[in-house]
Design a protein around this ligand. Structure first.
Ligand SMILES: Nc1ncnc2c1ncn2[C@@H]1O[C@H](COP(=O)(O)OP(=O)(O)O)[C@@H](O)[C@H]1O
Ligand SMILES: [Mg+2]
Length: 248
C-alpha cells in the first residue's frame, strides 16, 4: 500500500525580516499507482512542497503522512531511515556520482540503506534494461546523453522499491522528445509498480502523463484537474501556444 498525504501544510521562510509563505495551508492525497503532476510558475512553492513531502523540510504547520505514518512524530534518525527505505527522489540536476558507473550509481541507493544483495543487483539490472539502458551498465554518467542520465536517476529512485516517488523537474535539461520519453517511462513504472508519484514540472506538456494535475500559485493550490479531457487540453493548449510563440 502506498499513500502520501499532506494535511494543511505550511512553510514560511524569513528573509531580511520579511515572511515568505512558500507553501500556504496546502493539502493533498496521492494513492497507490497514482501519478500526480504539480505545476505552476517559478516561485509558486513547488520545490518547497516536494521537500515537505520528502521530509527534507519540516512544515511550520500541518503534517505529512506516508502510509499513515506521520513524519512529524519521528526522531531525526528514524526519519532519515524511513526516507531511505520509503522514498525515491530525483532532483532537478540528476546528482549522479561522476566516478561510478551507471549500475554502481543505482546500486549505491541499496548500499546506503543497507539492503544491497544479489536480488538487489538483479533488480538494478532489470530496471536499467526496462529503461533501455541495458547496454550502458558499465558506462560513466559523462558518457551518456541527458535523457539517459535522467533515466539512470529514475532507476535510482525506484530500485529500493519505495512506496513514494518524488521527481523535481526531471526534464529540466532535456529536449522535447527526450522529456516525453523520460516522463512516460516514469509514469508507466509508477502505474505498474503501484507507487504513489508526484512530479514537479514547469512544462505543462508533461501533464499529459499524469492522472491528476495540481496547479500552484503563491503557495496555494489554484486549480485541480482530474478529468482526462481537461488534462489533455492543458497539455495540448500549451503546446499550441508555444508553437504560436515560436512563429511570432
Ligand atoms: N531557502 C529559502 N529561503 C528563503 N526563501 C526561499 C527559500 N527557498 C525558496 N524560497 C522562496 O519561497 C518561494 C517558493 O520557492 P520554491 O519552492 O523554490 O518555488 P518553485 O519550485 O515553484 O520555483 C519563492 O518565493 C522563493 O524565493
Ligand atoms: Mg523549483
Amino acid at each position: 500500500m502506498s499513500t502520501l498525504e499532506a494535511r494543511a501544510v505550511s512553510k514560511i521562510y524569513e528573509m531580511n525580516g520579511a515572511e515568505i509563505r512558500a507553501v500556504d495551508n496546502l493539502s493533498l492525497q496521492v494513492g497507490d499507482g497514482e501519478f500526480v503532476a504539480l505545476v505552476g510558475p517559478s516561485g509558486s512553492g513547488k520545490t518547497t512542497m516536494l521537500a515537505l513531502l520528502a521530509g527534507l523540510l519540516l512544515p511550520d504547520a500541518g503534517e505529512v503522512l506516508i502510509n499513515g505514518n506521520s513524519l512529524r512524530t519521528m526522531s531525526k534518525a528514524k526519519l532519515a531511515a524511513f526516507r531511505l527505505s520509503q522514498i525515491g527522489f530525483t532532483f532537478q540536476s540528476n546528482n549522479l556520482v561522476p566516478y561510478l558507473t551507471v549500475q554502481e550509481n543505482v546500486e549505491l541507493m541499496l548500499r546506503l540503506n543497507g539492503t544491497f544483495d544479489k536480488k538487489g543487483r538483479e533488480r538494478t539490472i532489470d530496471l536499467l534494461r526496462r529503461l533501455d539502458l541495458g547496454d550502458r551498465l558499465g558506462n560513466l554518467p559523462s558518457q551518456l546523453s541527458g535523457g539517459q542520465q535522467q533515466r539512470v536517476a529514475i532507476a535510482r529512485a525506484l530500485v529500493h522499491e519505495p512506496s513514494i516517488v518524488l521527481a523535481d523537474e526531471p526534464t529540466a535539461s532535456l529536449d522535447t522528445g527526450r522529456a516525453h520519453q523520460v516522463v512516460s517511462t516514469l509514469a508507466r513504472l509508477i502505474h505498474e509498480q503501484g507507487r504513489a508519484g508526484v512530479m514537479v514540472s514547469h512544462d505543462l506538456r508533461m501533464c499529459a502523463y499524469a492522472d491528476r494535475v495540481l496547479q500552484m500559485e503563491d503557495g496555494r493550490l489554484s486549480r485541480v484537474l482530474t478529468e482526462r479531457s481537461e488534462i489533455e487540453a492543458l497539455a495540448h493548449v500549451t503546446h499550441a501556444e508555444e508553437h504560436a510563440d515560436a512563429l511570432a
